[in-house]
Design a protein around this ligand. Sequence first.
Ligand SMILES: Cc1ncc(COP(=O)(O)O)c(C=O)c1O
Length: 527
Amino acid sequence: MTERKFKAPLFEALRKYKARKDASFHVPGHKDGQAYPCMKQNDDTLTGVMEIDTTEITGTDDLHHPEGVIREAQELAADLFGAEETFFLVGGSTAGNLALILSVCTTPGDVLLVQRNVHKSVIHGFMLANANAVFLEPQQDASSGLMTIPSEETVRKALHRYPDAKGLLVTSPNYYGMGASLFPLAKLCHANGVPLLVDEAHGAHYGLHPDLPKSALEAGADGVVQSTHKMLTAMTMGAMLHVQGNLLNVNVIRQRLAMVQSSSPSYPIMASLDLSRGMIQSQGSDFFTEGLALVEQLIEGIGDLQRIHFLKPGASGDNDAYSIQDPFKFVLYDEEGQWSGYKLQVTLEAEGCIPEMSDDHYVVLALSSATSQGDIVRLLNALRKIDHLMQVSTWNIENKEDIYDDTQKGLDIEVEAEIDLDQGNSRYAEAVSDKVHFDLRIVAAEEIESVRVEECEGRQAAEMIIPYPPGIPILYPGEPISARTANQLVRLKYAGAKCQGTADPTLTTIQVHRIGTAQDGQRQGLL
Ligand SMILES: Cc1ncc(COP(=O)(O)O)c(C=O)c1O
């Protein structure tokens, strides 16, 4: 990457806008923050942002018809990320996933191949598009039990069985920063004349430094969605949709984006996308050098710990499912399996180190180019303390005397038939599913009943259950509930997991179709 002069046209336009201090006779109504008395007291906590929170006026361009600074900023982004065209998103990767699906599934009943463990925005895209999903079994890393992308063989099978499929959509990397090569999947899709769409929400930084994994665009993906706000440095909701090749209709994408994004997109968010890209483009791969050095320091520090380890590819000896790890994501676990990821998270938080998320076994830490040396020292001190505590603690279910007050009841309660991570995912009865139709139909109240979560096995879900994070639906409406999923729900209930979309947020009960009223299993409704 060659060094370039820092250039951020949209951000510069807004800086000039702020400096001019013109009288605003346009929206937004806060009038560059003047609405708030704190601005007059030089407290710019919020109003600093509001001073550039403008709208489509002369000189600030229009996201939905870019001809000026937004167009230039998007072109510079396409250049950096290696796309033919880049669209700024102000509604996160969510907006990008919706627009991509709506652009390839244009007729009700269109089929799109998709891995089962996708973010809810993908399932919502199917609902809005009235489309059929063919779910592909993701590969499971035998050592960690975590899922990545479907195998080449599964994709080949699916493309053969569904020759009319409009494309394949996968998520890579996963929330844990794990992945496998996308090159073979792109090749297979292209040999069949269909696009590969990649939800790369967690990999906006990929491909920007030799020590970072290759990006989905480099692998040949046709449409790629990235949350620039997650692992790069844009403001929350700032994301990008990149396209290349001739398998996607860019005009339709543009039209779909206008449907799912506001006609008054946030200028601070768009400017932060421009700024984030500008910083990397001006510094080249050096932008990541310091952060990667800190990663090495952390690896070394964790290496001295007894109980706390982190996931690395190759532990199972089988690299197909998991050959790539984002160096900026650390997936920590207790080597002896006594502390859950939830408990690790609680203890880290008590030490002032706030993780990205946790599950039964793992806690995920997200670093970035903006992580400081002080952050790493603080984290290592906390980890050393917790590692020591793990060794000396007699903490168990009978004896809850711990220096940390475990407020999340039941964190370590074992329910019968705990998920055995080595058994494979029995939820995926077949590597390639039948067609599953999604639409926005609301299921009638008489067709639904609530059952205790312990008794839901074998029933058909009537609501979406989405633990957040990571936001991957465990159940979508209409999905038959397997024994494995039922057990997983019970564990989540005891773990006090936060679930979106459920009628009963405590997960004591879930909504299922009344026996005899369930649909044919092919038609799903949204509650
Ligand atoms: C895999 C994946 N895709 C898409 C999204 C949605 O991204 P955003 O929050 O930028 O809308 C998320 C959010 O966590 C995600 O984890």
